[in-house]
Design a protein around this ligand. Structure first.
Ligand code: BG6
Length: 489
């Protein structure tokens, strides 16, 4: 069991803290994983907000926890952990001395500074933490993705944080890595001989990694219109999933070995530069459409602007130039306001090399493995089988379906942020991103952004669809089709 720790949440009254971080810590409490005596110190900017904060947190939990998770007794006990503090993250005033006074009451304990702030102020916040003497040997700083807006700005931010914290104290979060189902990807690959022996260019035809969302801009117009889907989702979540799918087995399950293997994948990604961007990357933006039986506005209407070239959808055909993956296209796709919310990895195997049954027995479909990460977690393997109720030999696809959501239906609440905050408190960096990974990911993304700045604009797609037609055409060029949840046999 973890020792009691302190976690300071900068931006304590912000969207991320109220929607994700506090519910995650509440869940940790309910499960008995928040050590007695730990302190959660959300920062607010003004004195009056400090008094109101407990009520704000209370309301946030009632709104954002899942069904049956909130109850008054647990809330009352959990609220004892909360110590709201006044701190303006860019002003070097006395409030920081007060914060230090509180933290120094427990000088030896693990101290986590969670920067739930815009990346532009990370550096200044770390600087004041240092000037005011708040950084101890046992301190760690947690920073959110995306780090920067391009490789250069990311390097600047990382260098600035690095002036005050050692690399081993910097925990760069990508909440996808904290999802239990994402970790299960590694378990599936590296504890089953079945998959490990069928995981390369000899047997696999193509791999699709897709994260579709039904939400639109939500309340994040300011951030999103500057970022877009490439920076918001591909640079981090999708590339991390790609690494976990494509990497070699780490020789140990420690941070160093895992990161090394992931970095080899990023290094082997074939660069997409100039015309290669036009040929292999599709960007889209949603226009009004129908979703779940309701009319929904387009991106520009939600934004309240007459024009914007920001992409809300991206599809990429990527290649990893190494022995294992030579010639296998990896299709990456993400979008907002798409038909269904789903994150999944679809592995399409090659056709059998010779059809002994002939055309009369029907088409032999290639095997397909679908690992669904959310909303419900499952693993499906489609195989060919004889139709048993027919005298003649007729083949049909059948699907082995393992529903992990059903298996864990009682009381299991997977929560990536809970997992990652507890890991930061325990000083376990395995599920966090190294500075070099950030650098390599941007190195691949930067030329795509550069090309888009020079040329073209997003293709439009209806809200409630699967994205622009050009994304389908991208796969048709290789005789492939997107696997869309609910639409395939
Ligand atoms: C965040 C992005 O990192 O991930 C959001 O900034 C996106 O735009 C979210 O909606 C998706 O996360 P999840 O866990 O809901 O799939």
């Amino acid at each position: 069991m973890l020792n009691p720790f302190d976690i300071v949440i900068f931006g304590g009254g912000g969207d991320l803290a109220l929607r994700k971080l506090l519910p995650a810590l509440y869940r940790a409490y309910q499960e008995g994983n928040l050590p007695e005596g730990s302190r959660i110190l959300p920062t607010v900017r003004e004195q009056n907000k400090q008094q109101e904060f407990i009520e704000t947190a209370h309301q946030a939990l009632q709104t954002h926890l899942g069904k049956g998770e909130y109850n008054k007794k647990d809330w009352q006990a959990f609220s004892e952990f909360l110590v709201p503090v006044v701190t303006n993250v860019t002003e070097e005033d006395d409030n920081w001395d007060k914060l230090r006074g509180i933290l120094d009451e427990e000088l030896q304990r693990s101290r986590v500074f969670y920067l739930s702030l815009p990346p532009a102020v990370y550096g200044r916040c770390c600087e004041i933490l240092s000037i005011k003497g708040l950084i101890t040997e046992q301190s760690r700083v947690v920073v959110e993705k995306p780090i920067g807006y391009c490789g250069e700005s990311a390097e600047e931010i990382n260098a600035k944080i690095g002036e005050f914290f050692q690399e081993k104290q910097i925990f760069r979060i990508d909440h996808y890595l904290g999802k239990e189902t994402v970790q299960n990807l590694m378990a599936l690959r590296f504890s089953n001989v079945l998959f490990e022996n069928l995981w390369d260019a000899k047997t696999i035809d193509n791999i699709q990694i897709s994260i579709s969302e039904t939400v639109g801009l939500e309340s994040r117009a300011g951030f999103y219109d500057k970022a877009g889907a490439l920076r918001d989702m591909v640079q981090n979540h999708l590339l991390q999933l790609l690494c976990l799918v494509a990497m070699e087995s780490p020789h140990k399950l420690n941070a160093h070995s895992i990161r090394n293997e992931k970095m080899k994948v990023l290094e082997a990604l074939r660069p997409l530069v100039d015309e290669a961007v036009d040929d292999n990357v599709v960007r889209g933006q949603y226009v009004p459409g129908e979703l779940g039986g309701k009319l929904v506005p387009g991106y520009l209407e939600e934004l309240g602007e007459g024009s914007s070239k920001t992409e809300t959808f991206v599809a990429i055909r990527a290649h990893i130039d190494n022995w294992r993956w030579s010639g296998v296209p990896f299709y990456l796709r993400t979008g907002k306001r798409m038909k269904e919310r789903c994150a999944e990895i679809v592995v399409e195997y090659k056709p059998v090399s010779h059809n002994v049954y002939g055309q009369a027995a029907g088409t032999i479909q290639p095997n397909r493995l679908v690992i669904r990460l959310q909303p419900e977690e499952s693993i499906q393997l489609t195989l060919m089988s004889k139709q048993l109720d027919k005298l003649e030999m007729q083949l049909e696809p059948v699907t082995l379906n393992i529903s992990l959501s059903d298996k864990y239906s009682n009381g299991y609440h997977s929560d990536a942020y809970k997992r990652l905050m507890l890991d930061a408190a325990a000083n376990n960096p395995a599920l966090f991103i190294h500075r070099d990974e950030v650098r390599l990911a941007w190195k691949w993304i930067d030329p795509i952004i550069a090309r888009w700045q020079q040329k073209g604009s997003p293709s439009l797609y209806r809200a409630g669809s699967w994205g622009p037609e050009s994304a389908d055409e991208l796969l048709e060029e290789n005789n492939h089709v997107w696997f869309n949840v609910g639409e395939q046999a």
